[in-house]
Design a protein around this ligand. Structure first.
Ligand SMILES: Cc1cc2nc3c(=O)[nH]c(=O)nc-3n(C[C@H](O)[C@H](O)[C@H](O)COP(=O)(O)OP(=O)(O)OC[C@H]3O[C@@H](n4cnc5c(N)ncnc54)[C@H](O)[C@@H]3O)c2cc1C
Length: 452
């Protein structure tokens, strides 16, 4: 949490900050800013504060971990399951080698409710009792407004103005502030407003995903997979399997869940077929749980039975609510707009895919740096100093670029042929060293999430 001196300094000039999007990046930004004394209003399109994960698991890597270590009023209450080094298996499920990366993995809902507890003291079964110091008089005011879809942002007479629509009543409202942070995710409305021609990159493969309560699996399967993060490569497709908290964030054995992501080039089905749901609606990125056409899932189960180890095939078949995403990535070439009064953060700025557990961490990096070096700088410069903004933008765009290259290279190892693997790894290492020698990178590479 911000110390008293920092809070008092910035409290002399509190800014009104509007954050668009109340998920991980929006809430983390809001927590940092309110603790520095700024008044924060989050506009969220979802109509309820009670929300569900997509159930794909979230990696708590370097920058998210540091965020919670410093900011979380509920610490030391654990947030994730520590999955020691990923084991790469052969088709008989024998360990070929172990990746030297230990990952703390959790669920989106566990992160979301923990952030809400910290932002506005929102309490539910995930965090029934908040400690008394959760509300601090030195902090700025906070508001989390649901059901408000931001349509566009404009500078109206020197004030940043967000034009929003109530998704229930269709009423229009204008919210004004000193600053706007757009954290409205991978399909960001605001990024589209600012860069309408920016395109997603889609290599053409999909991720079949699901989560299975451990209580629904046999002991034999659990012995092989519970708390043992696995990478299971097959010919040009692979699965990543790991353990995450169960319902209401429970970390108790017997109440956890097993999460899998199966990266797969569809052969007999077109992406259009896969991404059309039971109601005939076509989805751009993800068909949510319960909406996939049964014939499509049956087809994929047949693939599982034919190609996967029987234990893994049984796991896939046991998924109560499978869902599927098209792998795609997008990165904005610019992060600061409106004369440094609108900033893109999180997935709105860059979504690396596959995200290899890096998506939330990348978001945490971009927004922590924004708050600490641009909005509330400790170097004696005024807030929003153009040099600090330029420095921030260079750093975060470089990090987005290198993270995207790393994700593609990692996935290519299991999905592509050797010439492509070589090209992707060469590109990744070239960018790393280029940034180290000629850019702002201070360390070349140590481990995932700690290469800056
Ligand atoms: C409900 C939900 C469940 C998720 N589950 C998982 C998961 O299980 N595993 C995983 O890896 N990732 C999941 N994610 C994505 C994950 O949170 C992000 O990839 C990552 O943490 C970066 O977060 P973000 O805040 O930048 O983007 P997001 O998490 O995508 O958040 C964007 C937020 O902006 C809101 N929004 C969008 N457009 C507007 C608008 N015009 N006006 C106002 N609000 C808007 C969205 O409703 C959302 O709350 C989930 C996201 C959501 C929203």
């Amino acid at each position: 949490m911000a110390n008293e001196k920092e809070t008092a300094t910035t409290a002399q000039k509190p800014m009104d900050v509007i954050i668009i999007g109340g998920s991980c990046a929006g809430l983390m930004s809001g927590i940092l800013l309110k603790r520095k004394g700024h008044n924060v209003r989050i506009l969220e399109v979802a109509v309820s504060s009670e929300r569900e994960a997509l159930a794909a698991g979230i990696g708590l890597q370097r920058d998210v971990k540091s965020f919670f270590e410093v900011e979380d009023v509920l610490r030391p209450k654990p947030l994730g399951v520590v999955n020691p080094g990923f084991r790469v298996l052969d088709e008989k499920m024998d360990v070929k080698y172990q990746l030297p990366v230990s990952l703390n993995l959790t669920s989106w809902d566990a992160v979301y409710y923990r952030l809400r507890a910290n932002f506005d003291g929102y309490s539910n079964l995930y965090n029934p009792e908040l400690p008394p110091h959760a509300r601090d008089a030195k902090e700025g005011s906070v508001e989390f407004i649901t059901g408000k879809k931001a349509l566009k942002v404009e500078d109206v007479k020197g004030r940043m103005t967000v034009f929003a629509e109530d998704v229930r009543t269709k009423d229009k409202t204008e919210y004004t502030g000193d600053l706007v942070i757009a954290a409205d995710g991978t399909n960001s409305t605001i990024r589209r407003q600012l860069m309408p021609r920016l395109q997603r990159e889609e290599p053409g493969y999909v991720i079949w995903r699901g989560t299975i309560p451990t209580k629904n699996l046999s002991q034999d399967i659990l012995d092989k997979i519970e708390n043992k993060p696995l990478v299971c490569p097959y010919k040009h497709n692979y699965l990543v399997i790991y353990t995450i908290p169960g319902e209401k964030g429970s970390l108790e054995p017997g109440q956890r869940e097993i999460n899998f992501a199966w990266y797969f080039w569809p052969k007999d089905l077109s992406l259009k077929d896969i991404m059309t749901d039971v109601d005939g609606h076509h989805h751009r990125t993800t068909i949510p749980k319960g909406k996939m056409r049964p014939s499509i899932w049956q087809y994929q189960i047949a693939q599982a039975r034919r190609t996967l180890n029987p234990t893994i095939a049984t796991l896939v078949e046991s998924t109560p609510a499978p869902f599927v995403s098209v792998v795609s990535s997008i990165a904005a070439p610019k992060a600061a707009f409106f004369n440094n009064r609108l900033f893109l953060v999180g997935d709105a700025l860059c979504q690396p895919q596959p995200n290899i557990g890096m998506g939330t961490t990348l978001g945490a990096y971009t927004l922590t740096l924004l708050v600490n070096q641009v909005i509330c700088p400790s170097d004696g410069k005024p807030p929003l100093d153009p040099d600090n903004v330029a420095e921030w933008e260079t750093k975060v765009l470089q990090e987005c670029d290198v993270t995207r290259c790393r994700s593609v290279a990692f996935a290519s190892w299991y999905l592509n042929t050797w010439p492509k693997i070589a090209v992707y790894y060469l590109r990744y290492y070239f960018k790393l060293y280029w940034q180290y020698w000629f850019g702002r990178r201070t360390r070349v590479f140590t481990s995932i999430g700690s290469s800056r």
